[in-house]
Design a protein around this ligand. Structure first.
Ligand code: 5GP
Length: 189
């Protein structure tokens, strides 16, 4: 089948923050010709080094709420007090072109995606332990104490939902987890 006649795959990767998911997803970018990355919209303020249009589209509350009203988002959720959402037109157009897309989104978003795309390949990244997660979040030092505490509370809730995912990968050693994720994605392409 010609590439343009074949629909792409959606890969949905979720993990509690501090699990190394963003690093893992970055390592995957460029590894597969047809694998694109969905850049989300968020009302969160950029962290140091983050680039508008590459890491996120950083938008105001008003702009985000207008996107919700105009049905411009395939899914959206409030995570740690900020809005995050996936562009509907980007996903539709990419899949129609036969591109495969990787989404780095939270559990609430993954549940919405599966309703629209039951064939989406859902992958949950686990920290090796809660202690390791707390250490990583504290070491990151980009967030305040309050933010870290909220993220730890949310992590416990998210981990309870891991069985909703088709695949679970434990990120103990980054190299091993990257390989596992790479092989998993390759097995679907
Ligand atoms: P962070 O602020 O650390 O970049 O991301 C916080 C959380 O929001 C992460 O769990 C991330 O996966 C999630 N997230 C990022 N983009 C989206 C999105 O478009 N939709 C949803 N539902 N969650 C997102």
């Amino acid at each position: 089948m010609a590439r343009s006649e074949k629909k792409g795959h959606l890969f949905v990767v979720s993990a509690p923050s501090g699990t190394g998911k963003t690093t893992l997803c970055r390592l995957l970018q460029g590894a597969f010709d047809t694998l694109g990355y969905s850049v989300s919209h968020t009302t969160r303020k950029p962290r140091q080094g983050e680039v508008h249009g590459k890491d996120y589209f950083f938008v105001s509350h008003e702009a985000f709420e207008a996107m919700i009203r105009d049905h411009g988002l395939l899914e959206w959720a409030k995570v740690h007090g900020n809005y995050y959402g996936t562009s509907l037109s980007f996903i539709r157009e990419s899949l129609d072109k036969g591109m495969d897309i990787l989404l780095d989104i939270d559990v609430q978003g993954a549940e919405q995606i599966v309703k629209h795309y039951p064939d989406a390949v859902t992958i949950f990244i686990m920290p090796p332990s809660m202690e390791a997660l707390e250490q990583r979040l504290n070491a990151r030092a980009t967030d305040s104490k309050d933010v870290i505490e909220t993220r730890i509370r949310n992590a416990r809730d998210e981990i309870r939902k891991k069985d909703l995912y088709r695949h679970v990968i434990v990120n103990d050693k980054l190299d091993a987890a990257t390989n596992e994720l790479f092989e998993l994605i390759r097995s679907y392409l």
